[in-house]
Write a protein that binds this ligand. Structure first.
Ligand SMILES: Cc1ncc(COP(=O)(O)O)c(C=O)c1O
Length: 434
């Protein structure tokens, strides 16, 4: 179909709220990342390819810091959103700390040269090895999610001759309205310790010699649009803070987790971070502690696109149109896992649109990026950009179907740097060789 009144993507204000059009501009009809055309990046590095704008990452971090500038706080990037060493380093060089969830993420943060004194560790099921590694590395805080874990941290700290700062993740029993797989503050979920158990936890903590409680923590979920959910959970956490202090604990850190939203779908624009700051700062100030934030998605999601090439087009007798691309659910599983929406644009501006399913090569019906979507009319060999591919995307990639995980590049102005090489066939079997 020819859409005479269709506005081309770079003029389309809807897409501009997903992509920052100053950092992903369209020049001569071709979508670029900063000053490099995506066509030339595809030629040089191949597809599928994750392309990150370094300045977009920095802008998001600075925007977050500006929003909460009035508050005594410390921002720890939640590495799980995008654990590429170069992404972590870009943020750390700006002064950001890190929130890690495992020994593997801690290793990545340390390799990115993050100061251990700026690293905190969360995780509902930390292993003994994770805990030993964290203590031996001298990280700022370990946040425990059960009494057994606190006892294990105490035991390991004693063995290593250390006294360790710990936090307790409290489950505030608030159900944030988001996808059920990413709501984490509800008592039905595995996360944190319930308020009713805290008295006992405080009693035990008083007897443990190698841990010192100085942080209370929560994380109620991800992609939360309504500041009211934070507000409700914080009310409860502030009560716990008062109880902990009156029980003699020196609570210096008050960690409210991550969860701040981004726009994936132009029809559902995210609540601006400034709104969260305006609503939450007055309440957070009453804590009289350093507030820790753990944003992941907010910092990374819209700084990266997944560049993919159309392999084939076909249609069936039921009238369905398929665009088969070389990226799949093994590279970006979010549509399959969370039914999430990603905008998809042709890299070369098109005048026509089609209604099609954009699907990958993996042998699963769930391997799609969009269904029945009006997209630019692309032909075989053309390039598409799947937007918002910077958080929970490359980190969740896999080798299922013998697929090679994509390369990643980071663009800074006129310069592109390969920040992850594409997997090779040899790597697929290296751990299986004798
Ligand atoms: C404990 C914790 N902190 C921070 C985050 C980051 O969340 P988001 O990417 O939504 O900011 C998560 C995500 O699951 C988390 O589990």
């Amino acid at each position: 179909m020819v859409s005479g009144d269709r506005i081309s993507f770079f003029e389309n204000r809807n897409n501009q709220i997903v992509l920052d059009s100053t950092l992903f501009p369209c020049r001569d009809g071709v979508l670029c990342c900063e000053n490099i055309s995506l066509v030339s990046l595809a030629e040089e590095y191949g597809t599928p390819l994750f392309v990150t704008s370094r300045n977009s990452l920095l802008n998001q971090y600075r925007r977050f810091e500006d929003a909460f500038a009035g508050l005594q706080h410390f921002t720890c990037y939640s590495v799980k959103a995008n654990f590429n060493v170069h992404v972590i380093r870009t943020l750390a060089e700006e002064g950001c700390g890190c929130d890690v969830n495992s020994g593997g993420e801690l290793y990545r943060a340390l390799q990115a040269r993050v100061d251990p004194g700026k690293i905190i560790m969360a995780g509902v099921g930390k292993s003994q090895a994770d805990i030993e590694y964290a203590i031996a590395s001298g990280i700022l805080l370990l946040k425990a999610e059960s009494l057994s874990e606190l006892r294990l941290i105490d035991m390991i700290a004693g063995r290593l001759g250390r006294k360790v700062s710990v936090g307790i993740r409290v489950n505030p029993n608030v159900t944030a309205e988001t996808h059920p797989y990413i709501t984490t503050g509800d008592s039905k979920e595995k996360f944190g310790i319930e308020e009713a158990d805290l008295g006992n936890v405080f009693d035990v903590l008083r007897q443990l010699e190698h841990v010192e409680l100085n942080c209370l923590d929560m994380h109620i979920g991800s992609q939360i649009f309504d500041a009211g959910f934070y507000h409700a959970a914080l009310e409860m956490l502030l009560d716990v803070l008062a109880t902990a202090r009156s029980a003699g604990f020196d609570i210096r850190y008050f960690d409210i987790g991550g969860g701040f939203p981004v726009t994936y779908d132009p029809q559902k624009p995210a609540t601006p971070i400034e709104h969260f700051a305006e609503k939450l700062i007055p309440q957070l100030e009453t804590a009289g502690a350093t507030i820790i934030f753990e944003p992941g998605r907010f910092l990374t999601a819209n700084s990266t696109i997944l560049l993919t090439r159309v392999l084939y087009r076909k249609h069936n007798h039921a009238g369905k149109e398929f665009v088969i691309v070389d990226a799949g659910m093994t590279d970006l599983i979010r549509p399959a896992l969370y039914q999430s929406h990603h905008e998809i644009l042709a890299v070369r501006q098109q005048d026509e649109t089609i209604v099609a399913d954009i699907v990958g090569p993996v042998c699963e019906s769930g391997d799609f990026f969009a269904r029945e979507r009006t997209v630019d009319s692309v032909g075989e060999g053309d390039l598409l950009a799947v937007l918002s591919a910077g958080a929970y995307s490359a980190v969740m990639s896999s080798n299922y179907n013998g697929r090679l995980r994509p390369a990643e590049v980071m663009v800074d102005g006129e310069t592109a740097k390969l920040i992850r090489r594409r997997d090779t066939y040899e790597q697929l079997i290296q751990n299986e060789m004798e």
